[in-house]
Design a protein around this ligand. Sequence first.
Ligand code: KG4
Ligand code: ZN
Length: 328
Amino acid sequence: MLVLGIETSCDETAAAVVRDGRRLLSSVVSSQVELHALYGGVVPELASRQHVEAIVPVLDEALARAGCSLRDIDAVAVTTGPGLAGALLVGANAAKAIAYARDIPLLAVNHLEGHIYAAWLEEGPQPRFPVLCLIVSGGHTDLVLMTGHGRYRRLGETADDAAGEAFDKVARLLGLGFPGGPAIERLAAGAAPSARLPRARLARPYDFSFSGLKTKVLRLVRGEEGPPPAAPELAAAFQEAVVDALVTKAIAAARDHAAREIILVGGVAANGALRAALVERSPVRVRIPLPALCTDNGAMIAACGWWRLRAGERAPLDADVQPGLRIG
Ligand code: KG4
Ligand code: ZN
């Protein structure tokens, strides 16, 4: 079974062909990062227009690289939420057109579930349930217990900024470019943290909060708490605080729910300090897909769609996009 996966929820136009939910035949991602970097963040209107321009070439390229044509595709899976409404519509309409023209099943995929399914694209044994998933991206910070295919329980989320958003905002405070995560990681490499920054305390044990940390960095940068620390040391302290919060809560949640594995996905999973700390501190197996599968891509959507197809699900051709969709 060949599933075509389409992803346009934010600032990547992506398509991929995956066989039987696990074997990646092609994955093409057209990133808009440079376009949005001019404005210091994603501009929704520009994102939609760029998706319209990129979608057909990206689909053509994904099919060509997989050595097939639309005639060989058995089903089409597309992200229908969460994300930017105008951006989601571009991918959803392309997917509907293909499903209608070819008379093949359409699968509506939750972007966050898609991120988790990147773990099924890795070679070797499949993840074993229950799995604790830490989804960390520019828009989300979720701790989710996955007890089976399509079965999720959200244990925790962020009360304010997402982890990637915090990286992006702090990078801006430090005068670094967008996206901020990689810039902060580079700046912090080899630097000793300037000081221990505060960790948020929340009523719910698995929730996160990063806005206080961001404000603390702002005060330090402005010299409101004495002479400002050097930027690399401050970047290191900020990264250490975010990583510590993510890892501590993920491990506690995994322990408390007897998870057999931890899966780390989303754009922030590309962070080396986070990956290393989680692997070092986790009592159970940690799976982290390759960086190209952690950031937004069509392959994870195709993989998730395949499991949906197997479960007998089909989306109607008039399915709507759901910008505020959640998981669990
Ligand atoms: O999953 P993703 O590609 O797109 C969304 O769905 O948001 O995540 C993008 C986010 C950005 O906020 C970016 O700064 C962050 O992931 N990111 C990183 C790193 N690489 C990307 N954060 C920390 N360290 C990194 N190396
Ligand atoms: Zn994402």
